[in-house]
Write a protein that binds this ligand. Structure first.
Ligand code: ATP
Ligand code: MG
Length: 302
């Protein structure tokens, strides 16, 4: 048993599985032509670079938090399909047992090349753009907003899905429509706003503000149905703020990679390859992910 091992490298080809893709955090393997094994490692990235060491327990935590949201989506938004297979299919018995907590069997889909971001609050790149241009993803928004202020209604602010090593680019809904088609862009916007609103209200009741988040969608080409894919509403894909410390007019302390980003910036290692995090940064980051998980699920993460 290696349940406590931090996994940054993972090779399941030795078990006869075909590797489909390798992202910054996940490894995708083929189970059959319609099914993928979606495995989250403990890797962490910041400023688009993967760190040399990982965060213990992170892969399992992200997988289980996503599963928690998929189940809430099924309850509250039953018409929206997700890639998580409805009946938990058993992993192939030959695989190491400790993989199950960090894995999902999902429907293999054609991924729509958009990052479907929803912002409920103005922060990050949207705040930077607003300060200089008065717009958010090229769209004019009311003047007089302060940093971290809540938008009157959440806004759909897509970005491109850049190839590995390149930066995603913020685009307007009109540009998104030009990329994927108006009708599909409209469906993605609608679904994203609905999931965000449900999750925002759920999290707010548990002391967490979901400031913004990123979704990805696939298309079931047989039925032309939109399917929510990837991880959902995790600290890797979202900004989670502790509600009790929320104050407009400044940046917020979020439950994410802030300690890591701060350390990279202050040590001058931002953007460098192969950087090893010191133990303290690992522990701080692990603690933040756990706290978000425990608040949102009401359960301890082990
Ligand atoms: P990328 O690898 O695209 O730069 P990333 O680093 O965030 O992004 P990971 O989160 O490590 O990637 O890996 C997840 C990858 O799996 C993403 O490329 C995502 O688009 C893809 N994906 C998610 N769900 C599915 C699915 N159901 N079918 C096929 N691909 C999927
Ligand atoms: Mg990802």
């Amino acid at each position: 048993e290696q349940t406590d091992t931090t996994i940054t490298d993972l090779d399941l080809t030795q078990y006869g599985l075909k590797k489909i893709a390798s992202g910054k955090v996940r490894e995708l393997y083929e189970i059959d032509s319609d099914t993928l094994l979606f495995v989250a490692t403990d890797r962490i990235s910041a400023y688009d670079v993967i760190l040399a060491n990982g965060i213990p327990g992170k892969g399992a935590l992200l997988t289980q938090l996503s599963a928690h949201w998929f189940s809430l989506i099924q309850t509250h938004l039953p018409t929206l399909r997700t890639h998580l297979l409805p009946t938990p299919t058993a992993l192939p018995p030959s695989l190491p047992r400790n993989l199950s907590t960090r894995s999902m069997l999902v429907q293999r889909l054609k991924i729509i090349p958009l990052e479907s971001i929803v912002r409920g609050y103005i922060t990050g790149s949207a705040w930077a753009e607003y300060k200089t241009h008065g717009t958010v993803h090229g769209v004019p928004v009311p003047s007089g907003l302060q940093e971290s202020q809540k938008f009157d209604t959440p806004v759909w602010t897509p970005s491109t899905k850049a190839p590995a090593g390149e930066h995603d680019e913020n685009i307007s809904p009109t540009q998104a429509a030009a990329l994927v088609g108006k009708e599909l862009a409209g469906r993605i916007e609608d679904a994203s706003l609905k999931v965000y609103q449900m999750a925002h209200d759920y999290a707010a009741a548990r002391g967490i503000i979901i400031a913004d988040t990123k979704f990805e969608f696939g298309l079931d080409e047989a039925t032309n149905e939109l399917v929510l894919v990837d991880e959902v509403l995790t600290p890797d894909s979202s900004r989670f703020w502790p509600a009790d410390r929320y104050e407009i007019g400044r940046g917020q302390q979020s439950y994410d990679k802030q300690p890591l980003r701060d350390w990279l910036t202050s040590s001058g290692l931002k953007g460098k390859e192969g950087v090893r995090m010191p133990e303290e940064v690992v522990r701080d980051t692990e603690q933040r992910y756990r706290e978000a998980y425990e608040r949102l699920t009401g359960e301890k993460h082990r």
